[in-house]
Design a protein around this ligand. Structure first.
Ligand code: ADP
Ligand code: MG
Length: 250
């Protein structure tokens, strides 16, 4: 895990609206390694989503600061809401990105079918999203994102809309799929436990304007699935440290 797939150097972002300027992010620098699972945590409004929006070119940073070390690096974006189309079957929802990119080749369709079959959704291919549970719908959303063969997956609070138990199981499922398909992931979350249990590194942001407070390399003695990682003794130590970094005032 030594190849840097992405380098961000001194990212700054100021929003302008009718009330004036809002500095959202200041001096953000970090790298992302190939096949790494990286999380960004921080209080609400500290600029987590803004980082992902800048990476995926939805908005611009104040300065040029992003370097992708792979030519034509493809990014896949997964959000809190699965936004599956209710009138399309699961298979057709998963093919949507390829359809939009005009890239519905035989091989790509085969790949989507492989993903649905491998990750427990084969019997739902012809069903509609309403017949699926929230957790399954998020798995479908991930497969739809993977269909375009992204080099880097961006996950923005992807589990937040689900109940606690579904979140735990789904983070195991999603983690397994991401690892098995050999993807790099950048996950934004306000849930420290989720970040620590899933990640190789966790970046902690300060409150707005978001700056980097700390970057933790997560080393767990018995690292396995995210659910089991929550039982490691080091997990609690990281939780404690990051919680203190966040400096929460209630
Ligand atoms: P987070 O994802 O960490 O909750 P965001 O990246 O969504 O934070 O937002 C960071 C800050 O920038 C927030 O304080 C928000 O009010 C502000 N912001 C986000 N989008 C806009 C916008 N389009 N116009 C003005 N301010 C914005
Ligand atoms: Mg956000």
């Amino acid at each position: 895990m030594n190849n840097k797939i992405l380098e961000i150097t001194n990212l700054n972002k100021t929003y302008h609206d009718e009330t004036g300027e809002i500095t959202a992010l200041k001096n953000i620098s970090f790298s992302v390694y190939d096949k790494e699972f990286l999380s960004i945590v921080g209080p609400s409004g500290c600029g987590k989503s803004t980082i992902l929006s800048i990476l995926s070119h939805l908005i611009e940073s104040d300065n040029p600061c992003i370097k992708f070390n792979k030519e034509n690096c493809i990014l896949g974006y997964m959000l809190q809401k699965d936004s599956l189309f209710p009138w399309r079957t699961i298979l057709d929802n998963c093919l949507l990105g390829l359809e939009i990119k005009n890239n519905l080749t035989k091989d790509n369709i085969k790949y989507v079918n492989y993903l649905l079959d491998t990750y427990g959704l084969s019997e739902f291919k012809d069903k509609y999203p309403t017949s699926l549970s929230g957790g399954m719908r998020q798995r479908v959303a991930l497969i739809r994102t993977l269909a375009i063969k992204p080099d880097i997956l961006l996950l923005d609070e992807a589990f937040s809309a689900l109940d606690y138990q579904t979140r735990l199981t789904l983070s195991d499922d999603i983690y397994k799929i991401i690892k098995q398909e050999g993807k790099t992931a950048i996950m934004v979350t306000h849930d420290l436990a989720e970040a620590i249990s899933m990640s190789d590194r966790v970046i902690v942001l300060s409150k707005r304007p978001g700056t980097i407070k700390n970057i933790y390399k997560i080393k767990l003695s018995n690292k396995s699935t995210p659910m089991n990682n929550r039982k490691c003794k080091e997990f609690f130590e990281y939780y404690d440290k990051i919680w203190r970094d966040l400096d929460v005032n209630i």
